[in-house]
Structure formats: C-alpha cells, structure tokens
Design a protein around this ligand. Structure first.
Ligand SMILES: Cc1cc2nc3c(=O)[nH]c(=O)nc-3n(C[C@H](O)[C@H](O)[C@H](O)COP(=O)(O)OP(=O)(O)OC[C@H]3O[C@@H](n4cnc5c(N)ncnc54)[C@H](O)[C@@H]3O)c2cc1C
Length: 401
C-alpha cells in the first residue's frame, strides 16, 4: 500500500490507525486493511487503479454516519481533505467536493440567501447523502435531495475520471442519484440551491407525557398539509419535539400549525436553517431501525405513543409520492410516513409498515433489497456488473447482497 502515490496511508499497527478506522457510528467494528485519506481526485484515481491491479476492494466512507459494518478486508477511503465548497449565487448552484459536509454548504449558501436540501444531520457528507437519494427538510416540496444534482465528477472502477450528467451517461447518473455509492467514487457534485425568500421554522417542545396528544395533532395537520410544510416528531426520554419547516410566510404557518399551538409547548432552538446543526460527535448508541408507514390510524398512534424512546416520525408524501422513477434510483416513495426507532419496532405495527426502507435509512443487517423494488434492483445490479465487474468498490449496502 505504501507504493501508491497516495500520501496519507495508515496500516494496522500505525499510530492513529484504530481511531482513523472508527466510523461516526462508533459502536460498529471495522476490520479494514488500510485507511487512506485522498487529497484530490488524482489520488482517488491512483488508489482505485492500485486496488484494481491488486484485486482489492475500496469502501468510501467520509464520516461513517451510514456505516453498516460490511468492510472486512477493504481499504477505507476517507475524503475529508476534499472539502472545497463553491457557491455560484447567479446560477444558484454549488460545486462541492466529496468530503464536504452539509454544515459548510448551508453556511456558504446562506450568505447568498440560498439553502440546500440537507437532512437532519449537518455533519453528513453531501456525497453520501445524495448517493442514497437523501430525504431532506424540503423533500415534500422538492422531492429527493438527489434530484437537485446537476452533475457528478467521478472516478470509475477502472480508475478513469469523468463528469457525468443526465446527458453524458444517463445510466450511471441515475444509479448514483439514489442507488448508493456502489458504482463509482464521487469526487465532486454540482447541485442546485434553493432560494429562500420566506422560510419559517423551529422546534416546539413538550414533556414526553404529552406524546399521544402531539401525535394526534401531527396526524391532523399532516392529513391536509400543503407540500411547503414539513413536520418531524422526535421523542426522547424526557421530551417530545416537533420540528417545523415551512417554505412560506409566518402567518400561513401559524394557521396550519393551529392544532399544535392549542397544545401550548415552547418554541426552542434557532429558526431553520441555522437549526440544522447537530453536535457532530460520534455516537455509540445502539443501532436504529426505520420503517415506512402506510398510514396513521388510532391503533398506530397508540402504539407509537406507548413505545419506548427514541422515536422519530416524519411526514413524507407531496413531491416524493410523485417522484419520477426515471430521474433517480429512489423512484416514487408512496408511503406517507417514515418511522425511525431503536432496534426493536413496536410490536403490532406489522400490518401498517410497507417493508420498504429509504436507502439512507438502512440499518446494519439490512440490504439494498429492502430499499428498492425488484425491477430497480435488477437495473442497479446490471449497472454494477458493467461498471465494476471486479468489485473494486463496495457501498455500505451493496446492490448485490
Ligand atoms: C444523525 C443522523 C441523521 C440522519 N438524517 C438523515 C436525513 O434526514 N435524511 C436522510 O436521507 N438520511 C439521513 N441520515 C442518513 C445519512 O444520510 C446516510 O447514512 C448517508 O449515507 C451518510 O453519508 P456519509 O457520507 O456522511 O456517511 P458514510 O457512512 O461515510 O457514507 C455512507 C455511504 O455513502 C457512500 N458514499 C459516501 N461518499 C461517497 C463518494 N464520494 N462516492 C461514492 N459513494 C460515497 C458510500 O457508499 C458510503 O458507504 C442520517 C444519519 C444520521 C446518523
């Protein structure tokens, strides 16, 4: 490994190797054979050619927020040094490198009155988020975050660099917008930013004992909410919080949120998008599990209200239910709600879950087959077979498992 031109290589036994091999989800063990920090796309290409010649496999892992544990014997590629972010306010676009995280992109965009389709964690990499499709705070209005990707700079499994768009390489572009990182290493992304003339939001908090009432108000609002409004409920041991994102005027939001306002509650935290930051520290918490819910009847609400925390419930629908499957591998997401819990899903929910999970919410032990309908999976596998026949690259959830 030391004979590649890549400068930052750590091997087992080197000082700092254990720390470098540990993912954000720090409870997950990663028995990798090397950790490589690439400085630029040329180093990525050198590493890919080296691995291809040596019959080795590379897993790209900017942060390990999505670590699955499926990395035994691979070279772990870190991209943190490639973190340039350039915003073009006139075109309302950004070009970001592979290691750039959402917090940097949002901060740069905000200086020009723009924002980007990030999710709940500001320390997730834009590349990892987009490769998996990405469910953002604006997905009800704007669909998958990856729909905002205009172009991808990639290094293929053959070590060749390319700029990929819907016009130059529609198959690869489709696969890398929602099908995961199994098909090429993304070194740069050009994405559309959103203008935010009116953006209103924040977090409303109640004691956890009020979870049942909050969930009922959540159901009432989301039954008819316009796609400009997104509500996420998060219950911890002590509190239940509703995070509000409204692409519109404060007065309109107030009318829409009346059922929640009637429950009192206190507004906490900064308005969106400044509130998009999380602590960014590694976690040792037990793995989560996600399910897509087909609806919220009284029985489901009672089960959720009495389930042990943590619990996170998102309203989806809107543009996601109308997403064009030709645009990206995430396709149409018909289920109106996403539930994220601890490792055990509350008993009794079975008839109300669809069985599908968004790719970015797959948990260790699950596979890409949980995320995609059979025709999509078949197409992704065919693309993998033609683009990476020797399996030089491995996503956290490979399409062939
Ligand atoms: C606290 C938390 C909150 C989250 N909130 C949301 C949310 O709101 N919405 C949502 O959709 N998801 C969410 N996620 C899931 C998260 O978006 C995914 O786990 C995502 O894949 C993380 O990307 P990463 O690069 O930071 O993580 P990593 O684990 O480092 O990478 C995940 C995978 O992305 C691929 N990848 C990363 N970089 C590249 C690259 N340069 N080229 C090719 N492939 C690449 C690889 O296959 C890699 O295995 C959340 C996760 C956590 C832990």
């Amino acid at each position: 490994m030391r004979d590649t031109r890549v400068r930052n290589v750590l091997l087992p036994g080197d000082a700092g190797f254990g720390e470098a091999a540990t993912p954000w989800a720090a409870g997950i063990r990663q028995p990798v054979i090397a950790v490589v920090e690439a400085a630029d796309a040329a180093e990525v290409a050198d590493l890919v050619r080296y691995a291809a010649d040596a019959g080795l496999t590379i897993s790209v892992q900017p942060s390990g927020h999505g670590a699955s544990g499926d990395v035994a014997g691979v070279i772990l590629l870190r991209t943190g040094l490639m973190d340039r972010v350039e915003v073009d306010p006139a075109r309302r676009t950004a070009r970001v490198e592979a290691g750039a995280r959402w917090d940097r992109v949002l901060a740069e965009a905000a200086r020009h009155g723009l924002t980007g389709p990030s999710g709940s964690s500001a320390t997730v990499s834009v590349a990892g988020f987009m490769a998996g499709g990405g469910l953002s705070r604006f997905s009800r209005g704007h669909g998958w975050a990856s729909d905002s990707v205009r172009a991808l700079e990639v290094v293929g499994a053959d070590g060749r660099a390319a700029r990929v768009t819907a016009g130059t390489d529609p198959e690869l572009f489709w696969a890398l917008r929602g099908g995961g990182g199994d098909f090429a290493v993304i070194t740069g992304i050009e994405l559309d930013l959103l203008p935010i003339p009116h953006l209103h939001g924040g977090r409303i908090l109640w004691p956890a004992a009020r979870t049942g009432e909050v969930l009922r108000a959540f159901r009432q609002i989301t039954a008819t909410a316009p796609r400009e409004l997104s509500l996420w409920v998060t219950r911890s041991r002590t509190t239940v919080a509703v995070e509000v994102t409204h692409l519109g005027r404060v007065d309109d939001a107030r009318d829409l949120l009346a059922p929640l306002e009637r429950l009192g509650g206190s507004l906490a935290g900064d308005p969106v998008p400044a509130a998009l930051a999380d602590a960014g520290v590694r976690t040792r918490r037990s793995p989560f599990r996600a399910e897509l819910l087909t609806g919220l009847n009284d029985q489901v609400l009672d089960l959720l209200a009495s389930a042990p925390p943590p619990l996170h419930l998102r309203h989806l629908a809107g543009a996601l239910a109308e997403a064009d499957p030709a645009r990206g591998a995430g396709g149409t997401l018909a289920e109106p709600y996403l539930l994220v819990t601890g490792p055990v899903i509350p008993a009794g929910l079975g008839p109300h879950v669809s069985g599908r999970k968004p790719y970015t919410f797959l948990a260790p032990g699950e596979s890409a087959a949980h995320a995609f309908p059979p025709p999509t999976l078949t197409r992704l596998r065919h693309i993998k077979d033609t683009r990476d026949p020797h399996r030089v690259l491995r996503a956290n959830f490979p399409v062939h498992q």
